[in-house]
Structure formats: C-alpha cells, structure tokens
Design a protein around this ligand. Structure first.
Ligand code: K1U
Ligand code: ZN
Length: 173
C-alpha cells in the first residue's frame, strides 16, 4: 500500500467532475487500499480519488473517531444520493485539500446512497450524523465541488488566498 500525495486547493483537478468506473479489477483494489492508507495517515475521515489526482468516481471513508473502537473502512464506487431528508444539519467541515480551514456547512441530515462495491455489486445504505455529512462532502469532490463553494464569496476568497500562500511556501521548502 502506498500513501499518495494529497492535492491542495486551488488545483484544476479539484474543480473537474470525475469519470464513472466501468472496470472492477486488481488495479481498482490497489487504488482503494492506497486511498484508505492515505486517509488514515492524513489523518482524515474521508478521501475522494480526485484529491490524489485520480479522476475516477471512487471514495473511501471511516467516520469511527473513538480510540479503541473497531475501524469501519468503506469503499464506494460510482456513488449517488438516491434520497435526502428535508431535515438539515450544520457541521463544521474541514478538508484534507484545504488544510487547517474549517467552516459551517448545512446539508441534509440523512441521505440514502447507492454505489458499487469492489466486485461491482450494487449496494444501498442510509447514512446519518457524521457519516451523512462525510459521504455528501466526498460525493461533492467527485463532482468537482469543495465545501468552500457553500460559503460567501469573500470568505471563500480569503481561504483560497491562504491556500495559495501555503502552496508557495511548500514549493520553496
Ligand atoms: O474529503 C476530505 O477532505 C476529508 C475530510 C472529510 C470531512 C471532514 C469533516 C466533515 C466532512 C468531511 C476530513 O477528513 S478533514 C479531517 C477530519 O475531519 C478529521 C481528522 C482526524 C480526526 C477526525 C476528523
Ligand atoms: Zn474534502
């Protein structure tokens, strides 16, 4: 398994919709393993393939945060929201592609998601709480959308400028 570098905003690959996956082979299993290792190493609770520069519709997540609790890694391929609740939830979101920046985002508090697993079989499950927030944040990545796109333009601009500065500093180091 390999820890892959995570792209930092702004990057054109983070703004582009990813392509559906049609081939369920060993290369896809390697990609999923690498994404899980990259997510746990970061550390994060989710990761979408475009964040490591792979423009395919696959995401991983594990929202079990408590020490000592059994990890619950999930791999979702070609995921889509099939139902969303009218009830909304506000959560202070972060993003591995926008380090150290957090902002409140309002989303449906429950969603039903359909996806394919690594064997290509279709699965469907309802998510709530942090899992619901996370799966929506990750599906947004597959559609080229970032959590800062929900913010007022001034706040978004401020965060983008901070990230441009961070990238310049990292390039010099
Ligand atoms: O997609 C990503 O950039 C990962 C992101 C997912 C996410 C966080 C919060 C709300 C919605 C989606 C992260 O994992 S940021 C890091 C983070 O939240 C975290 C890290 C360590 C422990 C607990 C949480
Ligand atoms: Zn993110």
């Amino acid at each position: 398994m390999t820890i892959r570098p995570i792209l930092i905003h702004p990057d054109p690959r983070l703004k582009k919709p990813a392509d559906p996956i049609a081939t369920f082979d060993d290369a896809l299993r390697v990609l999923a393993d690498d994404m899980l290792e990259t997510m746990y190493d970061a550390p994060g609770i989710g990761l979408a393939a475009p964040q490591i520069g792979v423009m395919q519709r696959i995401l991983v997540m594990d929202c079990v945060k408590e020490e000592g609790e059994e990890p619950q890694p999930m791999v979702l391929i070609n995921p889509r929201v099939t139902w969303e609740s009218e009830a909304r939830n506000v959560y202070e979101e972060g993003c591995l592609s926008i380090p150290d920046q957090y902002a409140e985002v309002e989303r449906p508090s429950e969603v039903k998601v359909s996806w394919q697993d690594l064997s290509g079989a279709t699965q469907e499950q309802a998510f709530d709480g942090l899992w619901a927030t996370c799966v929506q944040h990750e599906i947004d990545h597959l559609d080229g959308k970032l959590f800062i796109d929900y913010l007022k333009p001034l706040k978004r601009q401020m965060i983008t400028r901070k990230m441009q500065k961070l990238k310049r500093e990292r390039a010099r180091a």
